[in-house]
Write a protein that binds this ligand. Structure first.
Ligand code: PLP
Length: 379
């Protein structure tokens, strides 16, 4: 996707955030101006907002394979992940998550005294170690559907089966934030008790998301206390405009998903093959069969990822390292470290992520730009 006719920018950072879909912008606008009511009120303006919220809840419930009452609106993926962990874990030893979770799960899990389950060199959760760590005490196990840095898919169905067998009191949470654009999340998460999604990763606005909390996840202890909104699971006036836009984005996304996935498979193959063909000593962090097509993580020998990203930016290509740098210091990716890469190796990776608007022209500009950037940094 170029950001404008005369702007040659190539955006390959869709895993960080996506441009809003036209349907989502159109759905949102009336609720920013005329229909501004508080959905908890009882008069006509409030009722209009309430109806829109209820309709969006129903739409999202269907698309997520849930009941409307299971849908808890949140301020995004981070809050949904935090709510799942803090809302269920009851103290030390009661939470488990994989070592490659997004910090929104990992840090929450560590904060409640939970434990981390190792992944193998491919980035897939080590099921033997999971089995070893499952016991009567565990209340929540969180394993993501798709990793945000590598695109690696986790065997969620097997995780659910193991948890039901070995830790009957535990619930399963899955962070489906990176999955919703590309996979049938409703079908794939049917066995999970708690599921997180975030609107800005699939063409909706930032600052709004959903935690699906099915019956088994009752009671979910709220993190935010106050009014009785969201059936007392999340206090605070709902972001009506954001929720309505999220539902519109989700509908458009599911409608286009198959076609977009086919296109992105071709484009990501062209991108990776193009780069590997043009630039020596570049490798993929994970094999294509293990990951979603939209996220490509490349290791480049002799070139630091952060430097490469700066030169790519100069050349008009927006990409990222896949993990945020905290407090100005560039931390090596905890995901790559968990996959057995050394600190030094982990510094040499960048993530290129495609979206539904990515075009062949984008890819055909990105490949030579990548080759030029690497050559500049190596010479
Ligand atoms: C896998 C995953 N989980 C959670 C989040 C957090 O979502 P949000 O930005 O909506 O807080 C992200 C965003 O990068 C993510 O990629």
């Amino acid at each position: 996707m170029s950001t404008g006719d005369r702007d040659p920018t190539v955006y390959l950072d869709h895993a960080a955030t996506t441009p809003m879909r036209a349907e989502a912008v159109a759905a949102m606008l009336p609720f920013l101006a005329g229909s501004f009511g508080n959905p908890s009120g009882s008069h006509r303006i409030a009722r209009t907002a309430r109806r829109a919220l209820d309709d969006a809840r129903e739409t999202l419930a269907v698309l997520l394979g849930a009941h409307p009452g299971d849908v808890v609106f949140t301020s995004g993926g981070t809050e949904a992940d935090n709510l799942a962990v803090f809302g269920i874990a009851t103290g030390s030893g009661t939470a488990l998550c994989s070592a490659v979770e997004h910090p929104a799960v990992l840090q929450a899990c560590l904060a409640v005294g939970g434990s981390v389950v190792r992944v193998d060199r491919r980035g897939v959760v080590d099921l033997d170690m999971l089995v070893d760590q499952l016991d009567e005490k565990v209340r929540i196990v969180s394993v993501m559907l798709v990793n945000n840095e590598t695109g690696v898919r986790q065997p969620l169905e097997t995780v659910v089966a193991l948890v039901r067998d070995r830790a009957p009191r535990a619930l399963v949470h899955t962070d489906a934030v990176q999955a919703f654009s590309w996979l049938d999340v409703a079908a794939m998460t049917a066995g999970a008790d708690l599921v997180s999604v975030s609107a800005h990763k699939f063409g909706g606005p930032k600052g709004v998301g959903v935690l699906v909390a099915r019956d088994r996840a009752t009671p979910l202890r709220p993190m935010l206390r106050g009014g009785p909104q969201e059936r007392e699971r999340r206090a605070g006036t709902q972001n009506v405009a954001g929720v309505v836009a999220m539902a519109a984005a989700a509908e458009a996304n599911v409608r286009d998903r198959e076609e977009a996935s086919r296109r992105v498979l071709k484009l990501s193959t062209r991108l990776v093959e193009g780069i590997l063909g043009a630039v020596p000593q570049v490798h993929e962090a994970v094999a294509p069969g293990l990951r979603i097509d939209a996220i490509c993580n490349l290791g480049i020998e002799g070139v630091e990822g952060e430097e490469l990203l700066m030169v790519l930016d100069e050349l008009g290509v927006c990409a990222s390292a896949g993990s945020a740098c905290a407090s100005g210091a560039i931390e090596p990716s905890h995901v790559l470290l968990a996959m057995g890469r050394s600190t030094e190796e982990a510094k040499h990776h960048v993530r290129l992520s495609l979206g539904h608007g990515t075009t062949q022209a984008d890819i055909d500009s990105a490949v030579p730009a990548f080759a030029e950037a690497v050559e500049r940094l190596r010479s």
